[in-house]
Design a protein around this ligand. Structure first.
Ligand SMILES: [Zn+2]
Ligand SMILES: [Zn+2]
Length: 213
């Protein structure tokens, strides 16, 4: 098994968790022994989020999607934003807020779960009134945390330890864009994403009545 950043290996990681006896849980009570808190901070692409969400549903896995209200890359108030949130919920996932400090605009579209976008250490783990901060205790503890940031598992891909039941419990941060779009490095993956985005934007322009001839 190669630890590539693609949906095939992503599905293998999900199955490794199940084989190791873990349950996929959402932030609430807990963490309890044997639970995996799989979270997705959606920085760039609702399309990638939806592709990952569908795959998880096929594997009977529920996770937590944290969406931005202040993204320059997508708009939750657009038709596609509203449809994406509805589909994530339909698939059984939790939908929380990926917030830009210090704004916590938790309206009724969101479950009360928050992750900070690119946080500073200074405020990262402070408690947030009325919401669960995924970077605060009890859900955040470096030995039981793995992140794929910039297409690199700082402490290694967790699939082997998951299969062996090596973690008491685990929070995993996975960015869907890195797995849905392909490239040997983060830079190349981002360029793949932009190529796909270009095709999508051309369709949107045509749908908007723009003459592209
Ligand atoms: Zn792996
Ligand atoms: Zn972010």
């Amino acid at each position: 098994m190669s630890c590539s950043f693609d949906l095939t290996h992503y599905a293998e990681i999900l199955e490794a968790g199940k084989a190791g006896g873990y349950r996929f849980a959402t932030f609430g009570s807990g963490p309890e022994r044997g639970e995996i808190y799989l979270r997705h901070d959606i920085d760039l692409s609702l399309d990638a989020a939806l592709q990952m969400a569908e795959l998880e549903a096929e594997h009977d896995v529920v996770t937590t999607y944290l969406l931005m209200t202040e993204s320059v890359f997508y708009n939750l108030d657009s038709n596609e934003g509203v449809a994406a949130m509805a589909r994530l919920r339909e698939l059984g996932h939790t939908v929380g807020l990926h917030a830009v400090y210090p704004n916590v605009s938790l309206d009724d579209r969101f479950d009360p779960v928050v992750s900070w976008h690119n946080p500073d250490a200074e405020y990262m783990s402070r408690s947030i009134p009325g919401a669960i901060n995924v970077y605060a205790e009890p859900f955040f503890d470096p030995p039981t945390y793995r992140s794929d940031s910039n297409q690199h598992w700082r402490s290694g891909c967790p699939h082997e330890e998951l299969r062996g039941g090596g973690f008491p419990w685990l929070q995993i941060l996975v960015h869907p864009e890195i797995w849905v779009y392909q490239g040997a490095t983060m830079g190349l993956t981002m360029r793949s994403m932009l190529n796909a985005e270009k095709a999508r934007r051309l369709e949107q322009l045509a749908a908007d009545g723009i003459d592209l001839s």
